[in-house]
Design a protein around this ligand. Structure first.
Ligand SMILES: [Zn+2]
Length: 197
Protein backbone atom coordinates (compact mmCIF):
# COMPACT_ATOMS: atom_id res chain seq x y z
CA UNK A 1 0.00 0.00 0.00
CA UNK A 2 2.73 2.41 1.10
CA UNK A 3 4.91 1.32 -1.76
CA UNK A 4 2.10 1.96 -4.21
CA UNK A 5 1.60 5.44 -2.77
CA UNK A 6 5.30 6.26 -3.18
CA UNK A 7 5.27 4.94 -6.70
CA UNK A 8 2.27 7.04 -7.65
CA UNK A 9 3.95 10.08 -6.08
CA UNK A 10 7.07 9.48 -8.18
CA UNK A 11 4.98 9.14 -11.29
CA UNK A 12 3.17 12.39 -10.48
CA UNK A 13 6.40 14.31 -9.93
CA UNK A 14 7.86 12.97 -13.15
CA UNK A 15 4.73 13.93 -15.07
CA UNK A 16 4.82 17.46 -13.66
CA UNK A 17 8.51 17.88 -14.54
CA UNK A 18 7.83 16.70 -18.03
CA UNK A 19 4.96 19.13 -18.33
CA UNK A 20 7.01 22.07 -17.06
CA UNK A 21 9.87 21.14 -19.35
CA UNK A 22 7.51 20.91 -22.31
CA UNK A 23 5.84 24.22 -21.56
CA UNK A 24 9.24 25.98 -21.24
CA UNK A 25 10.31 24.40 -24.51
CA UNK A 26 7.08 25.54 -26.17
CA UNK A 27 7.61 29.05 -24.83
CA UNK A 28 11.15 29.16 -26.22
CA UNK A 29 9.91 27.88 -29.56
CA UNK A 30 7.20 30.52 -29.63
CA UNK A 31 9.63 33.32 -28.70
CA UNK A 32 12.03 32.07 -31.34
CA UNK A 33 9.28 31.84 -33.95
CA UNK A 34 8.20 35.41 -33.12
CA UNK A 35 11.77 36.63 -33.47
CA UNK A 36 12.24 34.82 -36.81
CA UNK A 37 8.99 36.32 -38.12
CA UNK A 38 9.86 39.80 -36.83
CA UNK A 39 13.28 39.73 -38.55
CA UNK A 40 12.27 38.15 -41.87
CA UNK A 41 8.55 39.06 -42.17
CA UNK A 42 8.04 35.41 -43.18
CA UNK A 43 6.02 32.64 -41.60
CA UNK A 44 7.42 29.14 -41.16
CA UNK A 45 4.66 26.55 -41.50
CA UNK A 46 7.03 23.63 -42.23
CA UNK A 47 8.68 21.87 -39.31
CA UNK A 48 11.11 19.02 -39.88
CA UNK A 49 14.51 17.62 -38.88
CA UNK A 50 17.75 17.04 -40.76
CA UNK A 51 18.86 13.38 -41.00
CA UNK A 52 21.33 14.05 -38.14
CA UNK A 53 18.71 15.71 -35.93
CA UNK A 54 18.91 19.51 -36.27
CA UNK A 55 15.47 21.12 -36.01
CA UNK A 56 14.22 23.00 -39.05
CA UNK A 57 11.45 25.55 -39.53
CA UNK A 58 10.96 26.60 -43.13
CA UNK A 59 8.78 28.65 -45.47
CA UNK A 60 8.64 25.65 -47.85
CA UNK A 61 9.47 21.96 -47.50
CA UNK A 62 13.29 21.75 -47.84
CA UNK A 63 14.61 19.04 -50.17
CA UNK A 64 17.12 16.32 -49.24
CA UNK A 65 20.05 18.28 -50.70
CA UNK A 66 19.25 21.25 -48.50
CA UNK A 67 18.97 19.13 -45.35
CA UNK A 68 22.22 17.27 -46.12
CA UNK A 69 23.99 20.60 -46.73
CA UNK A 70 22.85 21.83 -43.31
CA UNK A 71 24.18 18.67 -41.64
CA UNK A 72 27.48 19.07 -43.51
CA UNK A 73 27.84 22.64 -42.26
CA UNK A 74 27.22 21.53 -38.67
CA UNK A 75 29.67 18.63 -39.05
CA UNK A 76 32.37 21.08 -40.20
CA UNK A 77 31.48 23.43 -37.35
CA UNK A 78 31.72 20.70 -34.70
CA UNK A 79 35.06 19.48 -36.10
CA UNK A 80 36.69 22.90 -35.95
CA UNK A 81 35.13 23.54 -32.52
CA UNK A 82 36.68 20.31 -31.17
CA UNK A 83 40.06 21.33 -32.61
CA UNK A 84 39.77 24.42 -30.41
CA UNK A 85 38.86 22.27 -27.38
CA UNK A 86 35.29 23.52 -27.25
CA UNK A 87 32.86 20.94 -25.91
CA UNK A 88 29.47 22.63 -25.46
CA UNK A 89 26.62 22.63 -27.98
CA UNK A 90 28.24 20.19 -30.38
CA UNK A 91 25.12 18.11 -30.99
CA UNK A 92 22.96 18.45 -34.08
CA UNK A 93 19.88 18.55 -31.88
CA UNK A 94 21.23 21.66 -30.10
CA UNK A 95 20.45 23.68 -33.24
CA UNK A 96 17.19 25.18 -34.50
CA UNK A 97 17.47 26.57 -38.02
CA UNK A 98 14.98 28.74 -39.90
CA UNK A 99 14.91 28.74 -43.70
CA UNK A 100 13.41 32.04 -44.88
CA UNK A 101 12.35 33.38 -48.27
CA UNK A 102 15.27 34.97 -50.13
CA UNK A 103 14.92 38.77 -50.39
CA UNK A 104 17.42 38.72 -53.23
CA UNK A 105 19.07 35.90 -55.18
CA UNK A 106 21.99 37.82 -56.68
CA UNK A 107 24.61 40.00 -55.07
CA UNK A 108 25.97 43.25 -56.55
CA UNK A 109 28.33 41.27 -58.80
CA UNK A 110 25.45 39.14 -60.17
CA UNK A 111 26.64 36.02 -58.33
CA UNK A 112 23.99 33.59 -57.05
CA UNK A 113 23.59 34.74 -53.46
CA UNK A 114 20.21 34.13 -51.77
CA UNK A 115 20.16 36.55 -48.84
CA UNK A 116 17.73 38.02 -46.36
CA UNK A 117 17.15 41.74 -45.85
CA UNK A 118 17.34 42.78 -42.20
CA UNK A 119 17.17 46.14 -40.40
CA UNK A 120 20.54 47.93 -40.65
CA UNK A 121 20.93 48.55 -36.85
CA UNK A 122 24.65 48.88 -36.11
CA UNK A 123 25.41 48.55 -39.82
CA UNK A 124 23.60 51.83 -40.60
CA UNK A 125 25.86 54.12 -42.61
CA UNK A 126 28.40 51.35 -43.25
CA UNK A 127 29.24 49.91 -46.68
CA UNK A 128 26.63 47.21 -45.99
CA UNK A 129 23.78 49.73 -45.57
CA UNK A 130 21.33 49.59 -48.51
CA UNK A 131 19.02 52.29 -47.14
CA UNK A 132 17.92 51.20 -43.67
CA UNK A 133 18.50 47.51 -44.24
CA UNK A 134 21.35 45.20 -45.16
CA UNK A 135 21.48 41.91 -47.00
CA UNK A 136 22.78 39.10 -44.84
CA UNK A 137 23.58 35.50 -45.74
CA UNK A 138 22.45 34.46 -42.27
CA UNK A 139 21.61 35.80 -38.87
CA UNK A 140 21.68 34.48 -35.31
CA UNK A 141 18.21 34.45 -33.71
CA UNK A 142 18.87 33.03 -30.26
CA UNK A 143 21.31 31.28 -27.96
CA UNK A 144 19.07 28.90 -25.96
CA UNK A 145 18.37 26.97 -28.06
CA UNK A 146 21.08 27.84 -30.58
CA UNK A 147 19.17 29.31 -33.51
CA UNK A 148 19.78 31.16 -36.75
CA UNK A 149 18.11 31.92 -40.07
CA UNK A 150 19.27 31.88 -43.67
CA UNK A 151 17.57 31.99 -47.10
CA UNK A 152 16.22 29.22 -49.33
CA UNK A 153 18.64 27.95 -51.98
CA UNK A 154 17.76 26.05 -55.17
CA UNK A 155 21.41 25.36 -56.13
CA UNK A 156 24.97 25.94 -54.90
CA UNK A 157 24.30 24.02 -51.69
CA UNK A 158 27.98 24.35 -50.67
CA UNK A 159 27.03 27.90 -49.81
CA UNK A 160 24.36 26.56 -47.43
CA UNK A 161 26.97 24.46 -45.60
CA UNK A 162 29.20 27.51 -45.37
CA UNK A 163 26.47 29.80 -44.02
CA UNK A 164 25.50 27.17 -41.45
CA UNK A 165 29.08 26.74 -40.32
CA UNK A 166 29.62 30.51 -40.13
CA UNK A 167 26.43 31.36 -38.21
CA UNK A 168 27.18 28.38 -35.97
CA UNK A 169 30.58 29.87 -35.13
CA UNK A 170 28.90 32.72 -33.25
CA UNK A 171 26.78 30.24 -31.26
CA UNK A 172 29.63 27.88 -30.40
CA UNK A 173 31.73 30.85 -29.29
CA UNK A 174 28.89 32.23 -27.17
CA UNK A 175 28.74 28.98 -25.22
CA UNK A 176 32.45 28.14 -25.15
CA UNK A 177 34.52 31.34 -25.36
CA UNK A 178 32.53 34.42 -24.40
CA UNK A 179 35.50 36.79 -24.84
CA UNK A 180 36.17 35.74 -28.43
CA UNK A 181 32.41 35.76 -29.02
CA UNK A 182 32.22 39.45 -28.03
CA UNK A 183 35.23 40.34 -30.15
CA UNK A 184 33.78 38.74 -33.27
CA UNK A 185 29.97 39.06 -33.03
CA UNK A 186 29.69 42.44 -34.76
CA UNK A 187 31.01 42.54 -38.33
CA UNK A 188 30.23 46.25 -38.80
CA UNK A 189 33.69 47.09 -37.41
CA UNK A 190 35.31 44.66 -39.87
CA UNK A 191 36.16 41.00 -39.43
CA UNK A 192 34.28 38.10 -40.96
CA UNK A 193 34.37 34.32 -41.30
CA UNK A 194 35.79 31.84 -40.71
CA UNK A 195 36.56 32.88 -37.15
CA UNK A 196 37.72 29.40 -36.11
CA UNK A 197 40.54 27.51 -37.81
ZN1 LIG B 1 29.01 36.37 -38.63
Amino acid sequence: MNKLKTLSKVVTIFAVCLFVFQSVQAQNDRALMNEATRITKDTFPISTNTPKGARIYAVNQPNAKMLAAIDRGLTDLFAVARQNNYRKRLNYSDYTIFIARADRTQDGDKNYSPDIAVGAAQYAGSVYDKGGYIYAAGMVLGYNPCAFVFAEHTKNFERVSEVVRYEGEHLVLYHNDRRLYRQTADHSQGGGHPILN
